[in-house]
Design a protein around this ligand. Structure first.
Ligand SMILES: Cc1cc2nc3c(=O)[nH]c(=O)nc-3n(C[C@H](O)[C@H](O)[C@H](O)COP(=O)(O)OP(=O)(O)OC[C@H]3O[C@@H](n4cnc5c(N)ncnc54)[C@H](O)[C@@H]3O)c2cc1C
Length: 403
């Protein structure tokens, strides 16, 4: 078998893995192994159904990785205002009240992946192995030996598993996963409303589950409506007119009624939490480390913070021998971030799905009360925007992006 040496091998070239590869390549020789080389073709007059809310902290991380989509303003929906309703309670956030230009951006996942891959493929310190998979790996205290499916062997000092929610590397390492099956699905689609959505991320905790309308660059909204799996499947198969009628019963957004709707997709929702984020010289990041309910739009933001945190702990080492303490720091840091964010989101979801209206009433009262407590609002915004003191340096150090 031929042998190739790299400092770090990243397995998985989704947004989290590709971002990690780009950031790590600033200080290390990196190989990126991806099962499917992304042949990204973006719909010309439409948006991909897979969109995510990217926080200002995550945008700063992507910019540091040279993976923020340039000249794509017509595909990116900024939002400066966020409004969350439950029963009669509500909370509002305005970016300008918190010294920010925007609270976030709605971006298609393939647009992010395209920008990151463009950055990586033009970088001398990154070797891309795709399409390619890892057959098995083993490690001692200094090295990881990786056998690829096509027979090649690769040696590295650190193996990063960014191979998604059902990570094979995590399973091969025997790292356990705590799993909660919500028995819910998120129904996602893009809708056109009477009035265009110009920069408001709106959410209501409806009797069926949280419904978000997120601004797309063309004035439409992307909806994410989490609800029982059975209901999401049913609504997903209805004719558009019937679906829109039901949607309009549940949404009272300032954009008026929904008039048109794209194809709907129902995605199963599962919370997962890896019991460890490191094992020897294997590190988990992104969805391989955890998945969270989408009601707060934080899953990928956590994954990008993982990538930046890993780069930070490795760059902060003063010597090669410092790898173990650096990995311990990563494990403590990112486990506690996952537990806080994942646990908070999980608790809100449980409350809103409590039988009857009590949970949503309580949540609404909580929103209204919290809205009046300035320090709490400020803390919440800093944390949701990925700009609090626990966020990686890269998230905090870049100036606030405009637009
Ligand atoms: C309905 C919904 C709405 C969401 N909204 C938001 C949001 O608003 N904001 C937000 O931050 N997050 C959101 N998320 C979460 C977000 O989509 C995910 O967290 C994110 O896409 C995961 O990225 P990743 O790179 O970790 O994993 P993935 O995108 O799963 O990438 C894993 C990569 O690894 C590759 N791979 C897998 N196995 C192997 C192997 N054996 N060898 C080599 N390569 C392999 C795959 O081909 C893939 O490219 C949402 C999720 C859902 C379901």
């Amino acid at each position: 078998m031929s042998r190739v040496d790299h400092d770090i091998v990243v397995c998985g070239g989704g947004v989290a893995g590709a971002c990690a590869a780009a950031l790590l390549s600033r200080s290390f020789r990196v190989a990126l192994i991806e099962a499917r080389k992304p042949e990204i073709s973006l719909p010309e007059n439409d948006f991909d159904p897979r969109v995510v809310a990217i926080s200002p902290g995550s945008r700063a991380i992507l910019e540091a990785a040279e993976g923020w989509p340039a000249n794509q303003d017509d595909r990116i929906g900024p939002y400066h205002h966020m409004q969350v309703h439950s029963a009669r309670g509500r909370i509002d956030f305005q970016a300008s009240q918190h010294g920010l230009a925007q609270l976030g951006w709605i971006v298609e996942i393939p647009v992010l992946q395209q920008a990151l891959w463009h950055s990586i493929e033009n970088h001398d310190a990154v070797t891309v192995l795709a399409p390619q998979r890892i057959r098995r790996f083993d490690q001692d205290e200094h090295r990881v030996r990786i056998e690829l499916e096509q027979g090649k062997a690769v040696r590295c000092r650190l193996l990063v598993a960014a191979d998604g929610a059902r990570s094979r590397l995590r399973a091969q390492a025997g790292i356990g996963v705590d799993t909660w099956h919500y028995n819910q699905k998120a129904l996602v689609a893009h809708i056109r409303t009477e009035k265009p959505n110009r920069g408001l991320a709106w959410q209501r905790f409806t009797e069926h589950g949280p419904l978000a309308l997120l601004p797309l660059a063309d004035g439409r909204s992307s909806i994410v409506w989490s609800q029982s799996a059975e209901r999401a499947d049913r609504l997903g198969n209805w004719p558009s007119e019937q679906f829109l009628e039901t949607l309009n019963h549940s949404q009272d957004s300032p954009f008026g009624v929904a008039l048109e709707c794209s194809t709907r997709h129902a995605l199963p929702l599962i919370r997962r939490k890896a019991q460890r984020l490191t094992q020897g010289r294997l590190v988990l990041l992104g969805d391989a480390a955890r998945t969270v309910h989408p009601l707060a739009g934080q899953g990928l933001n956590l994954g990008l913070a993982d990538a930046a945190a890993l780069a930070e702990v490795l760059e902060d080492r003063t010597a090669e021998a410092d790898l173990d303490p650096a990995l311990k720091r990563y494990q403590r840091w990112r486990s506690s971030a996952s537990a806080l964010t994942g646990g908070g989101i999980h608790a809100i979801n449980e409350l809103t799905f409590a039988p009857g209206d009590a949970g949503r009433l309580l949540l609404g009262l909580g929103f209204s009360a919290a809205g009046r407590l300035w320090p709490m609002r400020e803390r919440f915004v800093r944390s949701a925007c990925g700009l609090d003191s626990d966020s990686p340096r890269l998230a905090r150090q870049t100036g606030q992006p405009r637009r």
